[in-house]
Design a binder for this molecule. Structure first.
Ligand code: XIL
Length: 343
């Protein structure tokens, strides 16, 4: 064997080791198939960086999920960092991965009080309204062309925990009409995509979800093009409120699709075996709640503990997903399989 060949073999070996072990296929029926049998599109949040770098990540996603949500790649600060200068590269990487695996993409998110570019702060009401309209037209227009982005989280987290509308640059400068404006702009840019309002911490019936309900009812009454309500469901061992299904039902009764859009169950680190079993039970309940309202889709906010925002943003918390850092199934994985399959 020549020296050149040896060097090549060594380089390939190093590349493989750097990416970590090859993921073995997960046991049992894949989540996407179990979901399909129930009419539920099962998805996960993904990261374009990890898609490129981590061995096994892309394969697992292709094997287990029918839908991808870019965790950050379609947020305003990423795709329009300077006014009028669009960077669709990171989002397109997620779209390309979905295309090659025959998946759909949930566009996330157009208008949000976080992760928007600094230049927005310089704009007065008129220019901010125009920039918002243009942003939605460009982003939704671009991804309409991809053929796989069939849902948008048009506005994200617009209600405050106390039941008011959430304070934001959009509310402050444009007034509450920014919500209807965003839906109208999204519909104009893509007549077919399903348009959602997405909310965090609105699982129980109370001031926050009551306000969300009023907002949604108002939009419907005004014939604003809204198709669905997304419940994020970032949970922990506190579990799900007992009235979660009843809460979702009242939104469904307005004639809207319901989705669980960002499910995870954070644990205190390091989790005990008992914690992992409790986590599994909560994941099972999340799936059954989704089934109870005939939800359109169920999306996990990441599927591996090595790539999850909980450990990155909440001190002392983590282990929030179905698989450990080595892509090995935790009890929660089987619980989700069983709950999807069960009657
Ligand atoms: C989070 C991402 O997971 C993190 O990587 C990022 O640093 C902050 O945003 N609600 C949402 C998501 O709608 O976009 C958020 O995602 C989590 C809370």
């Amino acid at each position: 064997m020549g020296v050149g060949v040896l060097i090549l073999v060594a380089l390939v070996g190093i590349a493989i080791l750097r990416q970590g072990p090859q993921a073995t296929p997960l046991p049992g029926e894949p989540l996407n198939q179990l979901g399909q049998a129930r009419g539920i599109v099962v998805g996960t949040a993904v990261r374009s960086q990890v898609l490129k770098a981590k061995r096994g990540y892309r394969e697992l996603i292709a094997q287990q999920f029918a839908s991808l949500t870019p965790e950050n790649e379609m947020k305003w600060e990423i795709n329009e960092p300077q006014q009028g200068e669009f960077d669709f590269g990171p989002g397109d990487e997620v779209v390309d991965a979905a295309k090659s695996a025959g998946q759909v993409v949930r566009g996330h998110t157009l208008i949000w009080h976080a992760q928007y570019p600094g230049w927005l702060k310089e704009l007065g009401p008129k220019r901010l309204a125009a920039a918002t309209k243009e942003h939605i037209a460009q982003v939704v227009g671009h991804y309409r062309g991809s053929g796989v982005v069939n849902v948008w989280d048009v506005v994200n987290e617009v209600v405050a925990d106390d039941g008011g509308l959430r304070e934001s640059i959009f509310l402050r400068r444009l007034g509450p009409g920014f919500i209807a404006g965003a839906f109208n702009a999204a519909r104009a840019a893509d007549p077919k995509a399903k348009l959602y309002i997405n909310e965090i911490g609105a699982e129980s019936i109370g001031p926050k979800s009551n306000r969300l309900y009023e907002v949604v009812r108002g939009l419907k009454a005004a014939k604003v093009p809204i198709d669905g309500v997304g419940f994020q469901v970032h949970s922990n061992l506190g579990g799900l409120p007992g009235d979660f299904v009843a809460n979702m039902q009242r939104f469904k009764a307005l004639g809207l699709d319901i989705a669980i859009t960002e499910a995870d169950v954070g644990l205190k680190l390091p989790p005990s075996e008992a914690d992992l079993r409790r986590q599994a039970r909560i994941y099972g309940r999340i799936v059954r709640a989704c089934k109870a309202v005939k939800c359109a889709s169920l999306t996990l906010w990441g599927f591996s503990d090595g790539h999850s925002w909980i450990s990155e943003t909440q001190a002392g918390m983590g282990a929030a997903t179905l698989l450990d850092e080595q892509f090995q199934p935790k009890p929660a994985f089987r619980a989700v399989q069983r709950a999807l399959a069960g009657s």
